[in-house]
Design a protein around this ligand. Structure first.
Ligand code: C2E
Ligand code: CA
Ligand code: CA
Ligand code: CA
Length: 273
């Protein structure tokens, strides 16, 4: 299983890495980009009940490359995970997002949830809680409105250690989501042992939900499970009204996808509002 995952990651990182020929030079390019703070947050709205009500935003990393322009996460996240650099990127993007969203919340005069992605690798990486606290202290962003989406949970080794840290994060007032739910080995275990607030129903299940009965049953079952466990469930990858209607009919109330908006800059988000 681990082997399979690694092959998949390498495929995803191939394009840009090949430009730099070797892993070593790509690593130094990313290290340089970290020093130059070239990683920036984009924001995608998350809606509740219908189009009119904003639930929050998901923060998605982009690499603002001086020559290549905006580089998407599939060309640096997995590489950064494999090379011990991911916590720098996650921290930078989270800090910038908390700063920007604190400002926007103050301007709008009403709070909304801000959800940042964190690789499971970061959590057991020692300073996770201290780093989060320092971001909250420095930016003044309210902990109650911050969510952490745990991605790449397959990289989580010791659930007991992870649980202790997550409980500490929860005590700070921060919510915890499991990303891409259902796609990772033993994800039901996470619901049993970790203080989870929200499940993110992966877009691969939503994509063909209008025509594939297996996907329909999977979506319905995951949503039912979330409701039974009194967890929030967010459906990712809502692209059409048909997607929305079907997923809604299964009892899900929180939606995210191109149907509403693609990930955008702060300015784009202000326009969306
Ligand atoms: P994810 O967390 O599952 O994020 C959702 C992805 O789906 C995003 O891709 C988003 O742009 C895309 N998306 C949103 N709505 C739709 C839709 O309706 N249709 C389709 N086809 N796609 C949609 P993106 O921004 O390329 O991010 C890819 C992945 O990279 C994320 O998947 C997440 O796992 C990872 N990632 C992004 N930012 C960060 C970060 O700051 N830290 C870490 N550790 N991982 C990140
Ligand atoms: Ca993912
Ligand atoms: Ca996510
Ligand atoms: Ca996903």
């Amino acid at each position: 299983r681990v082997k399979l995952d690694i092959t998949y990651h390498e495929q995803r990182d191939e394009q840009l890495e090949s430009i730099y020929e070797t892993t070593d030079s790509y690593k130094s390019v990313i290290e340089h980009a970290i020093e130059e703070e070239q990683f920036v947050p984009y924001y995608q709205p998350i809606m509740i009940d219908d189009e009119k009500q904003l639930y929050g935003v998901e923060v998605l990393a982009r690499w603002q490359h001086p020559e290549k322009g905006l580089v998407p996460p599939n060309q640096f996240i997995c590489f950064a995970e494999k090379n011990g650099l991911i916590h720098h990127i996650d921290e930078m993007v989270c800090r910038k997002a908390c700063h920007d969203m604190k400002k926007l919340i103050d301007e709008l005069g009403r709070p909304f949830r801000v959800s940042v992605n964190t690789s499971a690798l970061n959590i057991v990486n020692g300073k996770f809680v201290e780093r989060l606290q320092s971001i909250l202290d420095d930016t003044g962003f309210p902990a109650d409105y911050l969510s952490i989406e745990i991605t790449e949970t397959s990289l989580m080794e010791n659930l007991k250690d992870v649980a202790i840290i997550m409980e500490e994060v929860q005590r700070m007032g921060i919510r915890i989501s499991i990303d891409d739910f259902g796609t990772t080995y033993s994800s039901l275990n996470y619901l049993k042992y970790l203080p989870i607030d929200t499940i993110k129903l992966d877009q691969t299940f939503v994509h063909d939900v209008n025509e594939n009965t297996v996907d329909q049953r999977i979506c319905e079952t995951i949503i039912r499970l979330a409701i039974d466990l009194e967890l929030n469930v967010v459906a990712e990858g809502i692209e059409t009204e048909e997607h929305l209607n079907i997923i809604q009919s299964f009892g899900c109330r929180i939606f995210q996808g191109y149907y509403y908006s693609k990930p955008t800059t702060v300015e784009g988000l202000e326009e969306f509002f």
